[in-house]
Design a protein around this ligand. Structure first.
Ligand SMILES: Nc1ncnc2c1ncn2[C@@H]1O[C@H](COP(=O)(O)OP(=O)(O)O)[C@@H](O)[C@H]1O
Ligand SMILES: [Mg+2]
Length: 376
């Protein structure tokens, strides 16, 4: 009974040796995280080389899934190793596959995903988390823009140390830029237009106009992500956003405190009411780990956001502890420095990864249709 020793061997031809076609076939189940379509079908297997010493493949992925490139590389390697267990080495390279974004709605924003970061309550760290999501995605190679939609209390310019009045060129507002090169983040905020300390009273139509104008008239360029830092409270801005462009969804930030969770639950209901999908919940200020003793203090309670997310059937994207340096970096306009701090960066990176991973999973479940124009 020769087969009894390997009851789980799947293939009738034991341990086949690879050729180019069988390597491509082995990758049939690997999808592009951005579209959810098989890489092979989308012309994203750039090269396959089979030599006596092993397999080498290069696949093309877009910068939209930049943060998932390392995980994709590991997964493709595992799939090939499992398909060809006799092969001693499998090398997987990832190269950029260019796929420009289409135009969204009548405002013509060129972005693939538009993500609003909100919550019901002020001071829970929305702006900090929104800015960190933008920074984390850009660091992973994605093209990211950041819109500060908190017209009442704009804080993104301060968090990134940006100031000055934007210039107008060719009829477009030139956004401030954080960073250099292709990963520089264009940033637009009412904070660049209204002198600091000056109060602006916004009426509904003005608010709608200001947000629409910042979205439409800013030279954002071609973006993988536009991250929008939302004001606390009422649904005016969410409603405007939902009317002017198809939002990918919203991330809700809250602290583990009951009152914040209650407000977050209201914010989730509000997003749902205006048909903005809720992509997940982030728990900020989850705990404080004393730098002197390492002892953990649950200052605002703990785990509440995870529980609430579960109850409301929303993905939980992760937690961020209270870190004195997060506040210091924010005050100093050095929010990017959080990614150089090993006490903060793994939390922030995990949130970005889960967010993009969930988008990829949603695409895999239901590949997106071409975006339709949305009437203003
Ligand atoms: N995890 C954290 N640890 C320490 N301070 C934080 C943390 N998250 C936010 N902060 C600080 O809390 C304050 C409020 O954060 P902010 O992002 O402006 O909140 P919101 O936009 O919700 O009003 C800021 O001073 C910020 O630096
Ligand atoms: Mg804010």
């Amino acid at each position: 009974m020769p087969n009894m020793t390997h009851p789980s061997s799947p293939a009738p031809d034991h341990n086949p040796l690879p050729n180019n076609a069988s390597v491509v076939a082995a990758m049939a189940a690997i999808s592009d995280p951005e579209t959810g379509r098989p890489l092979a079908e989308m012309g994203q297997i750039n090269s396959v080389e089979v030599t006596p010493s092993g397999i080498q493949v290069t696949v093309g992925l877009t910068t939209h899934s930049g943060i998932l490139w390392p995980a994709a590389r590991i997964r493709i390697r595992e799939v090939l190793q499992a398909a060809f267990p006799k092969v001693s080495s499998v090398a997987v390279e990832i190269a950029e596959h260019k796929r420009p974004p289409g135009k969204l709605g009548q405002i013509g924003l060129e972005a693939k995903s538009v993500i609003a970061v909100g919550s019901g309550k002020g001071g829970v760290g929305k702006s900090t988390i929104a800015t960190c999501i933008a920074l984390g995605l850009a660091r992973a190679g994605s093209r990211v823009g950041l819109l500060d939609a908190d017209v009442y209390g704009p804080s993104v310019p301060h968090l990134l140390g940006l100031s000055g009045r934007p210039e107008i060129e060719n009829g477009k507002i030139q956004p401030a830029k954080h960073g250099q090169g292709p990963q520089a983040i264009p940033v637009m905020s009412m904070g660049f237009l209204v002198p600091p300390g000056e109060a602006v009273v916004w009426r509904g139509p003005m608010l709608h106009g200001a947000i629409t104008q910042m979205l439409r008239d800013t030279a954002w360029g071609q973006l993988d992500y536009l991250i929008i830092d939302m004001p606390p409270g009422t649904g005016d801005i969410a409603l405007t956003l939902s009317q002017v462009l198809p939002l990918t969804g919203a991330v809700v930030v809250c602290t583990p405190q009951d009152v914040a969770l209650l407000d977050a639950t209201k914010a989730i209901a509000m997003f749902r009411k205006v048909n903005i999908p809720v992509l997940g919940m982030v728990e900020n200020m989850s705990f404080f780990a004393c730098p002197d003793t390492g002892k953990r203090y649950d200052i605002f309670g703990t785990g509440g956001a995870k529980r609430t997310a579960q109850e409301l059937d929303i993905p939980f994207l992760g937690e961020v502890p209270i870190q004195i340096p997060i506040r210091e970096h924010g005050d100093a306009g050095q929010t990017a420095a959080n990614f150089d701090d090993p006490a903060s960066s793994p939390y922030l990176e995990a949130i970005c990864e889960r967010l993009v991973g969930n988008l990829a999973a949603a695409h895999a479940a239901r590949p997106p249709l071409p975006s339709l124009p949305v009437l203003l």
